[in-house]
Design a protein around this ligand. Structure first.
Ligand code: ATP
Length: 233
């Protein structure tokens, strides 16, 4: 579904991505793990077209997308849930969801997507007239994921969905991500919580200072002594 080939990206003089190559297979969960500042978020932003790349290729279902603007990449089914959720705090849950469906001008389609989101996240249905800012951290993360699903993505980019959440809530969010994959979506998951990500994922890449230093199936990475020591505590 998605391939990155030798991708380099800079923030002025900072060489943030130093030749990242990876492959996200259709209908799988691919994890990017690594420490703070390794380049995980930059990788997602490069795929979304928000962060420019200076060298390399980003290929989505056979098409080179690295020169496309972000809105064109969204139209091709790549939707990012950014770190820190960034929902609209003053809008209700329902209004946040409707904004996620801005690509579909069709009210019927928007309604059916919202119904689907409410089935996946029943708590959001209960809270649908509540303002986003009044939700708990876990509910806001659910809303951020639900809003992304309203754009009918084929590839979902999730940046640190577990950040700042209690272990029980992390489990719930991870179970929902698994459900979304089982429903046929492809997911690229960035996580500092390597344990939770690899338990859930199919394949994983370890990123250190802008480079992929290790890749394997999630099962093998969970057993790998280097990963255990550096990332699994
Ligand atoms: P985190 O989990 O902290 O978000 P990360 O693995 O996602 O870490 P990135 O945010 O991609 O890492 O950062 C990669 C490198 O780029 C780091 O050295 C970081 O300091 C630098 N960087 C990130 N954003 C900017 C920016 N807006 N301006 C300058 N440098 C940046």
């Amino acid at each position: 579904m998605l391939k990155l080939e030798n991708v380099h990206s800079y923030y002025r003089k900072i060489h943030a991505l130093k030749g990242i190559s990876l492959h996200v297979k259709e209908k799988s969960i691919c994890c990017l793990i690594g420490a703070n500042g390794a380049g995980k978020s930059t990788t997602l932003m490069a795929i979304s077209g928000i962060q420019g790349i200076r060298q390399g290729n980003i290929i989505l279902r056979g098409d080179f997308i690295s020169k496309l603007p972000p809105e064109e990449i969204v139209k091709r089914g790549v939707v990012q849930v950014p770190e820190g959720r960034r929902i609209f705090p003053d809008l209700t849950v329902r209004e946040n969801l409707i904004l996620g469906a801005y690509l579909h001008r069709d009210r019927k389609k928007t309604k059916s997507l919202a119904e689907k989101a409410f089935t996946l996240f029943p708590i959001l249905k209960e809270r649908r007239e509540q303002r986003g800012g009044t939700l708990s951290g876990g509910e806001q993360q659910m809303l951020a994921i639900a809003r992304a699903l309203m754009a009918s993505p084929r590839l979902l980019l999730l940046d640190e969905p577990s950040l700042g959440l209690a272990p029980l809530i992390v489990e719930q969010i991870m179970a929902i991500i698994r459900q979304i994959r089982d429903d046929g979506l492809t997911i690229l998951l960035v996580e500092q919580n390597a344990n939770a990500a690899l338990e859930l994922g199919d394949y994983g890449y370890v990123i250190e200072t802008g480079r992929v230093v290790l890749e394997d199936t999630s099962c093998e990475l969970l057993k790998n002594p280097r990963v255990k020591e550096a990332y699994l505590g």
